[in-house]
Ligand binder design. Structure first.
Ligand code: AMP
Length: 505
């Protein structure tokens, strides 16, 4: 059997290929036949380039239906897809290109100058733009070249353990690493999510996430492809556009920031959600407050799930059954998730420890970093996620933070989330981030960075005083800084490394 992920999707396309595969916000319709033929043309173009086996095809392109076809054509042709965040600048791109040495780079015209310079210098043989031509040494626009190729292509045979993609981790704690995911990793995870979230006939996915990240590509887009479902495809999240398209959709997936923005839009109300079946959140922690407000406004309990580039999805609150705010739910079927203490012994329920995972979804290692890879796996082949959390009595997992964010002050462990949760409940507080900064006496000192609600005036002293009455003294922040907003990356994750840099002095 051909384990190529494209072959898996192809077998599940709707019987009528003229059905709508994807509708854009400009009202353009792409059929499943368009997808099949368009990806064939691009795959034929790649096949004509005499690329070495296992060649990487890197793409730093704006979100579009053609960008999604580019991904599918890459795997269809048996090559390895390497999506890159459109926000990356020259120095970052140089690192990725150097690290992954892609044979082909597809970039946006506005970045062409410096991407081309970097890529040619590092042995890339072909640089395309996706659709607009540019001046200078390049292979032209991918689409204008592909149009001359045939619209049939026999999907290249791949085994389950052949590489399909390399996803560079967001690197909020250090240098990005390329997580190698196989066709089998992706196939197993999407099959499990399909069942867990009860994908069904007639589902329409409202797709607003970026395509360069696991959430938008391997959870959202894959979910719709695997179910043969139409996507309402927005080029980016915009609450007005989402509100406009919700009534014709049944599933929405977002990062917590999207939900916060929907709630901040006075035009958002429950009538628009009448056809909706499921709202999913992930990639960063969803505040219990957001969960509660959203339930009140929309009538829907957001389903929070947990995963990462290295492992795809790991846990999910249940489709049927209690969705507990602040938790990421039990382990998905076929995925082993354990929480262990510093000695590697499984923790009792309620006890905080490191989250480790194993399963057919877990990646093959970091690209060209065998030592780093070896360090991140235990002797019994569990991957150390670097996240810290605990199970409750119902085996729902709560994530307390990244182990690198753990604060050790005067020898005591402080879990930022515990303190953040208390601060977030205080009147006038919108959200907070608790970090450790170097301290001559304690090693690290606890610091809180707090964002007020609109027009609320916060007193730093009052916050510290309230905390003194609520928690042990060693956990109470030495300083509280009030800021307008927390630094976040595109996936909505708070960049604590930036806060640590800013407040270390
Ligand atoms: P990425 O590889 O960019 O998807 O980042 C994965 C990391 O995001 C995980 O290791 C977690 O630290 C965090 N993360 C993902 N989903 C959640 C969630 N539902 N709640 C809290 N953190 C999450």
């Amino acid at each position: 059997m051909n384990a190529n992920i494209y072959a898996l999707f192809r077998a599940r396309f709707p019987s009528d290929l003229d059905d709508c595969w994807l509708e854009t916000s400009d009202g353009l319709y792409y059929s499943w036949r368009d997808l099949e033929r368009g990806s064939a043309k691009i795959a034929n173009l790649f096949a004509s380039l005499n690329l070495p086996a296992g060649a990487r095809i890197a793409a730093q392109v704006e979100k579009s239906p053609e960008a999604l076809m580019l991904y599918l054509a890459t795997v269809r042709a048996g090559f390895v897809y390497l999506p890159l965040n459109t926000a990356y600048r020259a120095a970052e791109m140089a690192y990725f290109i150097e690290n992954a040495s892609p044979s082909v780079v597809v970039c946006s015209p506005k970045n062409f100058g410096w991407v081309a310079q970097t890529a040619f210098a590092r042995g890339t043989s072909h640089i395309f733009t996706l659709d607009e031509p540019v001046q200078g040494r390049n292979s032209g626009s991918l689409l204008s070249r592909a149009v001359h190729f045939g619209d049939r292509f026999e999907t290249v045979h791949r085994d389950g353990d052949d590489l399909a993609a390399i996803l560079y981790t967001s690197g909020t704690t250090g240098r990005s690493k390329g997580a190698m995911l196989t066709h089998g990793n992706l196939a197993s995870n999407i099959a499990v999510l399909h069942d867990a979230w009860h994908w069904q006939k007639g589902d329409v996915l409202l797709h607003t996430l970026p395509l360069f990240h696991i959430h938008g590509l391997f959870v959202a887009a894959h979910g719709a492809l695997y179910n043969g479902s139409k996507m309402m495809f927005l080029s980016k999240f915009d609450s007005a556009a989402v509100i406009q398209h919700l009534p014709r959709s049944t599933i929405f997936m977002g990062v917590p920031t999207y939900y916060v923005r929907m709630l901040a839009d006075p035009a958002f109300h429950r009538d628009q959600c009448a056809a909706m079946r499921l709202f999913v959140s992930g990639s960063a922690p969803l505040l219990a407050d957001t969960f509660a407000q959203f339930a009140q406004r929309s009538g829907h309990s957001i389903l929070e799930r947990y995963g990462m580039s290295e492992t795809a999805m790991l846990t999910s609150n249940p489709y049927i059954g209690k969705r507990k705010p602040g938790t990421v739910g039990p382990a998905l079927t076929g995925v082993s998730v354990r929480v262990v203490n510093a000695e590697g012994v499984s923790c009792a329920s309620g006890e905080v420890g490191e989250i480790q995972v194993k399963g057919p979804n877990v990646f093959q290692g970091y690209w060209q970093m065998p030592e780093k890879t070896a360090e991140e796996f235990t002797d019994d082949a569990y991957f150390k996620t670097g996240d810290v959390g605990f199970f409750d009595d119902d085996l729902y997992l709560t994530i307390v933070g990244r182990s690198k964010d753990l604060i050790i002050t005067g020898g005591y462990n402080v879990y930022p989330k515990e303190i953040e949760a208390i601060i977030d409940e205080l009147p006038g507080v919108l959200e907070s981030a608790v970090i450790g900064v170097p301290h001559p006496d304690f090693g690290e000192a606890v610091i809180a960075v707090v964002v007020p609600r609109a027009s609320a005036a916060l007193s730093e002293q009052a916050i510290i005083q309230t905390l003194k009455n609520a928690i042990a003294n060693f956990k109470v922040p030495k300083h509280v800084h009030v800021v307008k907003e927390l630094p976040r990356n595109t996936m909505g994750k708070v960049q604590k490394n930036l806060l640590r840099e800013q407040f270390s002095a």
